[in-house]
Ligand binder design. Structure first.
Ligand code: FAD
Length: 333
């Protein structure tokens, strides 16, 4: 009989719902599920999880825990794990939890596995070598901390209710970090949307000389942004395109290295993906591991996508295709 703790900051959103559902699936008939939350207010989130079958709800709440900060987050998480006497601790792999999970595991004498993509009674799965190899792992060491990557489990959908949250005392260490605010791009420039149904990838071709011998970067930017605004797709990029700014070439102003998909970029999860003006070389295409249905537009019938890396390849000019697509999208609305 093992105690499973679902542990999270209170405002973790969808990743928390997915991880809670995974924690529920782990609980055997004779096991116990406990919910542990920290943040400025934990009651609202706890109420949302009311129907999850937890034996109890533990919380660390207050203004000290409002902002992500290693010292206070780790102290809260450690107190919750110890109060729950948890054997297995399942956390959503948000940046806030990822930052503390190994430190807290160490403080509790446990072990942590990160970037987990699946949990079951027999162990966990995760990918290695940039998603080229999948491994199944199990551990005897307890407590075992499991950080579940977002997008890997169906979210919890139980009815909300009202629960009693047991407050867990925390002795805060000396706090040397003051969070003064968050610097983020303007909302309109926020092009990375993990929950989007579609990943739209732009490659370096958008900035290359076209059949008239000229580059058309402003037109490329307008076409890409027009499509993103109409569809709310997430924007990915090839490495070549995001590297161009470092080489002093004309670049798409809304593109940064955070958009890069691939071996040295990200491995996003979306049901569909559309690649445009990108060659589809292996170091890029390896980042498409978790994209369900793939399509690509490229002038070159011998590009990498044509070699089994996409379901449909349109051998066409992406400027022409996307301008027609945007026209159809605006006629629809
Ligand atoms: C160790 C290592 C790690 C790497 N990691 C990554 C990574 O994480 N991510 C990544 O992306 N790359 C990575 N790369 C680089 C990768 O190998 C490629 O160089 C890069 O992906 C190429 O980018 P691209 O396809 O946008 O550009 P290009 O190779 O320049 O391709 C541009 C494409 O645009 C097409 N095109 C041009 N005009 C049009 C048009 N009008 N319509 C349609 N198509 C058009 C061309 O036919 C061409 O295929 C890595 C390489 C190494 C060695």
């Amino acid at each position: 009989m093992e105690t499973i703790l679902f542990l999270s900051h209170a405002n973790a959103g969808k990743p928390a719902l997915e991880t809670l559902a995974a924690a529920i699936s782990l609980k055997r008939d004779d096991g116990t599920l406990i919910v542990g939350l920290f943040g400025e207010d934990v009651q609202t989130a706890a109420n949302q999880f009311a129907g999850c079958g937890a034996a109890k709800f533990l919380g660390v709440a207050g203004p000290d825990f409002a902002q992500a900060r290693y010292a206070s987050d780790a102290a809260a998480a450690e107190a919750l794990v110890k109060a729950a006497k948890a054997a297995i601790v399942v956390v959503p792999a948000t940046s806030r939890m990822n930052r503390i999970v190994s430190g807290v595991a160490h403080r509790c004498g446990g072990r942590a596995d990160t970037h987990v993509t699946g949990v079951s009674a027999t162990g966990v799965t995760r990918w290695y070598y940039r998603q080229r190899m999948e491994a199944s792992l199990t551990r005897t060491q307890r407590p075992w901390f499991i950080a579940l990557d977002p997008g890997c489990h169906t979210p919890y959908t139980g009815e909300p209710g009202t629960v009693t949250v047991e407050s867990v005392p925390v002795t805060l260490p000396a706090i040397r970090t003051t969070v003064t605010g968050v610097k983020a791009p303007e909302a309109s420039q926020q092009t990375i949307r993990p929950d989007a149904k579609l990943l739209f990838v732009a490659g370096a071709g958008w900035t290359k000389k076209q059949s008239d011998g000229q580059t058309h970067v402003p037109e490329a930017a307008a076409l890409i942004m027009g499509f993103l605004n109409a569809t709310k797709a997430s924007l990915g990029s090839s490495k070549s395109l995001v590297d161009l700014s470092g080489e002093g070439q004309a670049v798409l102003p809304f593109m940064s290295h955070l958009n890069q998909v691939g071996q040295t970029g990200s491995t996003p999860r979306h049901p569909k993906g559309l690649s445009t003006c990108c060659h589809g070389e292996e170091p890029h295409a390896v980042g498409w591991r978790f994209i369900g249905e793939r399509r690509a537009i490229n002038l070159d019938p011998n590009c990498g996508w044509a070699r089994g890396k996409t379901d449909v390849l349109y051998v066409a000019d992406a400027f022409a295709v996307m301008s027609k697509v945007n026209e159809l999208l605006s006629a629809r609305t």
